[in-house]
Design a protein around this ligand. Structure first.
Ligand code: NG1
Length: 522
């Protein structure tokens, strides 16, 4: 390989911490930023190789640790259609990250080129961006070092939300094709979303007020930018930068400290890189109400089902959830709406993949990561179907608008915010009407640090433990004692610990079940 000398000599500036083991998990590589330098360098090399493998199509690299604490950072790859990196390549990236010496690094690169049959003659194109973490700038420089050394053409897109980078990758790779995704710029992204939103709001331009906490992250400045394109007559966004964000609100089931909730006023919280959102509000009685990813999925499912019916078209709608979905949300989707629900392992890549099997695939994790995917068949039908009544015409127009409004590459807090607001405006609903579809079963989510999380092996979309032996039986015995009891234990893919989830008919039962299972885990 002609640049191998450059690659190895630049690698000397980015040595791997001795003995460290890295793995490309559900969110790419994520850890304390101080340990990331060599990983970032090698991810840069991987991105260039991936681009070369795909004939020079643009590959994306995002530097972010989402909701993790500020001293952490992370890095992940985006494939040319804007989705997550193809599974088989996670192994290659991991092997590069773990090469102990520069000789090993060279061998691993040559192995990848050989095994994946890469023709190294030709261009490599990579774009990258980062969130607002202080460590991002230096890591971006390391990435550039790798891309220069291997001879890739690269563009630094500076600070972006994760979904914006996914958008840019897809938009760049579809310029001049039959289905261009949008103008490949940040303003192209805002234009696409705001035009679709304004169209959807056609008869009801006066939007409501939403207080959006942007978790002190990149969502803040980007939402402010989007607000300029939307115009206040469409939606009155009050943007705040609390330190907590979606994860805090979801985990502790309370508003960010210092946030006062006025009854029926809606609030939303994003996470650090703006790829997830949850809503919440205070009921008439002042009690805190969470409208999480499950509630968003339910709202979207109900709305899409109505629109497809009104449009008189035949499209299969399905929902994808994980084991963390509230039991009553699954009941609502399957029993009230009578729609198919698939349960998959945690991590958006699993949900995204499963959602692609439907014409309209709605996927949300309970914590607010998610989006709605339209299959090529669905998009073609929406394009060509001729309405035979004004009602059909209006439903078709709404579906077309939604297909542009919703980020098709990955869950996107900004796009999901507009999706929720478009549905609420269309129905004339506030948060309590939305919330009334079903009542969540009380639930608790615990974390426990254990000696070795790899000893916890699951099956059945992570709902059952296969190992440690005998533990699942003990969990089953406990669960059977609680009405509407459900619980599971799994190793986190993003932190070195085990998560314990429990739900039951009453708050005290859910707490009790969760605590008892906590005591079983070591
Ligand atoms: P892990 O750490 O594997 O549980 C967490 C979230 C996922 C997802 C990933 C980031 C929970 C229970 N888990 O995964 O839903 O958001 O981080 O991709 O919220």
């Amino acid at each position: 390989m002609k640049n191998i000398g450059n690659i190895i000599s630049a690698s000397l500036r980015h040595p791997k911490p001795e003995g460290a083991t890295f793995s490309y998990g559900t969110a790419g590589f994520r850890m304390q930023a101080d340990f990331l330098d060599s990983v970032v360098y090698r991810v840069g090399l991987s991105a260039a190789l991936r681009s070369r493998k795909l004939n020079g199509q643009t590959v994306g690299v995002m530097i972010t640790a989402s909701h993790n604490p500020a001293p952490d950072n992370g890095i992940k790859l985006v494939d040319p259609q804007g989705g997550m990196l193809e599974k088989s390549w996670e192994t290659y990236v991991t092997s590069l990250a773990n090469a102990e010496t520069d000789e090993e690094l060279q061998k691993e690169i040559e192995k990848i080129v050989k095994v994946t049959k890469i023709d190294m003659q030709g261009g490599m194109n990579v774009i990258y961006a980062r969130d607002t973490r202080p460590s991002g700038e230096v890591l971006a420089q390391t990435l550039k070092d790798a891309l220069d050394a291997i001879g890739a053409t690269s563009t630094d897109h500076g600070v972006k939300t994760t979904p914006q980078l996914h958008y840019l990758v897809r938009a760049l790779n579809t310029v001049g094709t039959v289905s261009p995704y949008g103008e490949p710029t940040e303003s192209g992204y805002y234009q696409k979303l705001s035009i679709a939103f304004r169209k959807l709001l056609k008869e009801k331009p006066r939007g409501s007020t939403v207080y959006v906490d942007c978790a002190n992250g990149v969502g803040g400045p980007k939402l402010r930018e989007l607000k300029k394109y939307l115009g206040e007559e469409c939606l009155d966004l009050v943007i705040t930068q609390d330190d907590c964000g979606a994860d805090f609100v979801k985990t502790f089931q309370k508003p960010p400290p210092g946030t006062k909730l006025t009854p029926l006023q809606r609030h939303a919280s994003l996470d650090g890189d703006a790829d997830r959102i949850i809503y919440y509000y205070a009921g008439q009685d002042g009690s805190f109400r969470l409208l999480d990813g499950d509630k968003i999925a339910g709202l979207a499912a109900m709305f899409f089902q109505d629109l497809v019916k009104s449009a008189g078209i035949d499209l299969k709608i399905g929902i994808v959830q994980t084991a963390y979905a509230n039991g009553n949300s699954t009941n609502y989707l399957t029993k009230t709406l009578k729609l198919p629900v698939t349960c998959v392992a945690t991590g958006v890549k699993h949900l995204h993949h499963a959602a692609q099997r439907y014409d309209i695939g709605i996927y949300f994790e309970a914590n607010g990561h998610g989006t709605v995917l339209f299959s090529p068949t669905a998009l073609a039908l929406l394009e060509t179907h001729e309405a035979s009544s004004p009602a059909q015409h209006s439903a078709l127009e709404s579906l077309r608008g939604l297909s542009n409004l919703i980020n098709q590459t990955v869950g996107d807090a900004l796009s999901d915010l507009l999706l929720v607001e478009a549905i609420l405006a269309s129905k004339g609903w506030g948060p309590s009407e939305w919330d009334s579809a079903y009542t969540d079963l009380p639930n608790r989510l615990f974390k426990k640090v254990v000696k070795d999380q790899s000893l916890f092996v699951t099956t059945d979309a992570e709902r059952k433990l296969v190992k440690p032996e005998g533990l699942q039986e003990k969990i089953d015995e406990l669960v059977a004692k609680y009405s509407d009891g459900r619980a599971f234990v799994r190793a986190s893919g993003t932190e070195d610990l085990v998560r314990i989830y429990a739900e039951a008919k009453t708050r005290s039962e859910a707490d009790d079940l969760g605590m008892r299972i906590m005591a079983l885990v070591s």
